[in-house]
Design a binder for this molecule. Structure first.
Ligand code: UDP
Ligand code: MG
Length: 241
């Protein structure tokens, strides 16, 4: 079974190298057949340089570069489109998601399920973020009949079929479980560890609260919304063209 890991990054210069190394060490224990895809979402710092400095020595590393900041949904879509694995893992690039939970995610992806989502039972975030996230998850359960506790934990594993043609419009990454269950994919949730950011600060501010609220209603009738591709890949490193 080939595994692809996708990591969207925006201004994570202090984090990409330690995140890559930790993830590689864990994936190596699970399989020899894996790739790690970083999608640089228009970083303005040295994130891309840091990744390119690893590229010559690291054959498992692949990089997708956006020249402009298209957002996390576009970055994930680009990763899904280009991943070659039978199973696709996603995680954030700031070190908050703990890759030590990946073996558990893999074992939880039994025949009964198409994707397994992490549930950050003890979140390592500020009070405002934790509280707003609890409210969103509650509303998502009521409005979108979401079955899970944590709709925005990126530490997940998907069968390739679930995400191979998933084009996420802006902001849609917060509703992937809703979108996929509405398409008939079967979901499971397991508890995962959540850590503080390694370095740097979150790309999202207060505005996210309002944008996220708007999207709650948008995805209620998601299946009727025509999806369109929203990103342009500027450059790919380490891909066979
Ligand atoms: N991210 C991205 N594009 C953006 C904003 C964020 O690719 O426009 C990445 C970011 O670098 C990180 C992940 O998405 O790897 C989660 O972002 P962040 O840690 O800022 O979010 P939070 O933990 O506050 O939800
Ligand atoms: Mg974070």
């Amino acid at each position: 079974m080939m595994v692809s890991a996708i990591i969207p990054v925006h201004n994570e210069e202090g984090n990409v190298i330690p995140v890559y190394r930790e993830l590689k060490e864990i994936l190596q224990k699970v399989t020899t057949d894996f790739e790690i895809i970083f999608v640089d979402d228009g970083s303005k710092d040295t994130t891309l340089d840091k990744l390119l400095s690893l590229k010559s020595k690291e054959e498992k590393l692949r990089i997708i570069q956006f020249k402009k900041n298209y957002g996390k949904s576009a970055a994930l879509s680009a990763g899904f489109d280009n991943a070659e694995g039978d199973s696709i893992i996603t995680l954030d690039g700031d070190g908050q998601d703990d890759p030590n939970n990946i073996p558990n995610l893999i074992s939880a992806l039994t025949e009964e399920y198409d994707f397994v989502c992490g549930w950050r039972v003890k979140r390592n975030d500020k009070f405002l973020k934790k509280t707003s996230s609890k409210i969103y998850n509650f509303l998502n359960r009521v409005i979108n009949r979401s079955k899970i506790h944590d709709n925005n934990c990126m530490l997940r594993i998907y069968r390739k079929e679930a995400v191979s043609d998933l084009k996420l419009t802006k902001g849609a990454h917060r509703y992937i479980p809703t979108i996929l269950t509405s398409k008939g994919f079967r979901i499971a949730e397991i508890e995962v560890n959540h850590r503080p950011r390694l370095t740097g600060k979150s790309s999202y501010g207060f505005k996210r609260l309002f944008v996220g609220f708007f999207h709650l209603f948008r995805f209620r009738s998601f299946t009727r919304i025509k999806q369109k591709s929203v990103y342009v890949i500027e450059k790919k490193y380490g891909f066979e063209e």
